[in-house]
Design a protein around this ligand. Structure first.
Ligand SMILES: O=C1C[C@@](O)(C(=O)O)C[C@@H](O)[C@@H]1O
Length: 211
């Protein structure tokens, strides 16, 4: 089997600065996501000490699965500071449509929590960001036809990542085999429904890529 396109992301909820120690638990992941929307104040972290080749900082909008509400201006200032430090972040398409922040080499995402956009409309959005983004990521709660919908989005190239939320985590392995650029797993607690432990993902994908 050819080498898979998928990068394994270990996702960590960050509630306080001390939680950054958990990065050391997941250094064998390809990337480590720090979900700082779990914090009261995401600016309470010294981001400059983070391993910039490894981390993704995510301040997830509450409307797309975020845990706490944060003022959008906090997110704008945080992401602009991360940009200046060369640290990758994850920003929603909806946020980019309302606020002017760079997204080159970052993850541009959408989380479908109820009815999906028309697939042609979403494809246009993906195409708009795909050249400059690191990855364009689509995560969705299940709906009638979600598997073929996500598989269709993977046809847009090897910088697209798709994942279903709230279904059997093994389905994510399937989308990795179909070319999803990212697959998310947890370290000590899931950051979304439908994740398995990131080490289990690594074990399965390593076995499959040996076939
Ligand atoms: O967007 C994603 C994907 C995710 O929601 C998942 O389904 O694993 C987990 C989030 O932490 C991450 O930012």
């Amino acid at each position: 089997m050819a080498k898979l396109n998928t990068l394994v992301v270990a996702s960590i909820p960050i509630r306080r600065a001390e939680d950054l120690e958990k990065i050391s638990y997941a250094l064998d992941a390809d990337l480590i996501e720090l979900r700082v929307d779990y914090m009261e104040n995401p600016l309470d972290i010294d981001y400059s000490v983070l391993p910039r080749d490894k981390v993704i900082v995510t301040l997830r909008d509450i409307s797309e699965g975020g845990v706490k509400f944060h003022d959008p201006q906090i997110k704008v200032s945080l992401y602009r500071a991360l940009w200046d430090m060369g640290i990758r972040y994850d920003v929603e398409m909806s946020f980019l449509s309302r606020y002017d922040i760079p997204y080159e080499n970052s993850i541009v995402s959408i989380h479908i929590m109820d009815s999906p956009p028309k697939i042609d409309v979403l494809c246009q959005q993906i195409i708009k960001y795909i050249d400059k983004a690191f990855v364009v990521k689509i995560a969705t709660k299940p709906f009638q036809g979600y598997k073929s919908y996500l598989a269709r989005l993977l046809e847009l190239g090897d910088k697209v990542a798709v994942m279903p939320m709230g279904v059997d985590p093994i389905e994510r392995i399937g989308f990795s085999l179909l070319g999803s650029r990212l697959i998310y797993g947890y370290v000590d607690e899931p950051t979304a429904p439908g994740q398995m432990h990131y080490k289990k993902i690594k074990e399965i994908l390593n076995t499959l890529s040996l076939l």
